[in-house]
Ligand binder design. Sequence first.
Ligand code: NOJ
Length: 484
Amino acid sequence: MSESCRFPPDFVWGTATAALQIEGATDLDGRGPSIWDDFCRRFPERIHERSHPEVACDHYHRWAEDVGWMKRLGHSGYRFSLSWPRLLPQGKGAVNQAGLDFYDRLVDGLLEQGIAPNVTLYHWDLPLDLQSWENPEILQAWLEYAELCFRHFGDRVKLWSTLNEPGWSTMHGYLTGLHPPCQRDPRRAMQVTHNLLWAHSRAVALYHRIWGRPEPGLGIGIALNLSPVHPASDSPQDADAARLADGLLNRWFLEPVLLGRYPEEVLEFLRACGSAPHGDLDFAEPVSSGASEGGSIPTVDWLGVNYYLPHHATADAPTTDFHLNISGDPQEASRFSIQGLFRFVQNPRGRYTDWNWEVDPDSLHEILLRIRDLRRLPVYVTENGIGLPDRLCEGQVEDSSRIAYVTGHLRAVHRAMQEGVDVRGYYMWSLMDNFSWLNGYRKRYGLLYVDRQTLQRTPKRSASWFAELARTGVLQVQEPASPS
Ligand code: NOJ
């Protein structure tokens, strides 16, 4: 049995990357240090195989070759991030002309090939001098950076997102302490989520003030990591645990971004435990100063969904315990448990990657429908993909499980579109194997295999498959033969 899913002709097909993960050249041409360069230098043992992003994929020098690959792989769009410390080495103040020149070359090179850039302002590489999103000066520095980018590139870049995965970066930066700035404090974590969401909303307002209201499908959005949280059992306790986790990890970000306010139920919970953030918590409140237009802070023009895996929550959480499987050894289970609130457990019926990430396309469908029910707006899948320990054998990388993963998830996207979700495009993570944060370089996500010695790019089997999909807009789904 086979089925085919036809996507609209103007559907955007592309891949996503992030500056720190691919550019390298961290000490070149005036780039300033970021909190991640510093973290990798100070705590090499916390990163798989003591990897670091100093060279990464050397995209800073090989960008033209990489744009050539995108063209060959059928891209009509490409999502990447600007490096804040490459543009403003101290986070604010002096602008680095070499940084502007690099991104001018990249943006112009993409446009020459008919590839629409989708640019993220912040993908975790905070300039070291700014230290943290708790810094009282950060909002001003952020708006200075955003304004520089909007004014300089906005004539050519028509799709922007403010932040990449504020939920994930705050959770690991301030709650589990696994990412820089390595803090473990739930109160501060919630304050930082607010500082980020507030910064996001002010940048959206600033963009609209400079460039006006865009056509539908363009303009400014945000890329949220969204993972449905399912109760681990039928018990009412697990249902409550899953609801709380969903509130903190999904609704806390979705509702301010789409509706301009926090979910009251989550806010009440945080007030009761003394962890509610301080500041103006009502994003839709009229404001008199700054960048807002028409007296109110506008919400996003489109939403970016980064989806990889679902969670399963139990109320049985006797300790606080965090651990990430960064080795790719399936025996090394990840742990996420907050004492007395919830703990994530494995789904006994689930299929898992070697890094313990469950493969579940239905959860992407579920998330897309939830967004539709909150607010009808254009959506892009800004990231989706699978990390595998790919190997190059005689010039080939056989990654049929990547093709199966993307097929399953695109089928879920197609189903959601038929049910009224306005999905405009799909950016697979990632164009090429890259520096996968704590996982180093072993967890490979690319359509292009990157040799760590030579940095040579080799298209995997999934690359030609993706190119054909992008060319035709038709996804072929082979049903597994049913047992007779
Ligand atoms: C989401 C992040 O945005 C990206 O930087 C990361 O590499 C992928 N997840 C895969 O882990």
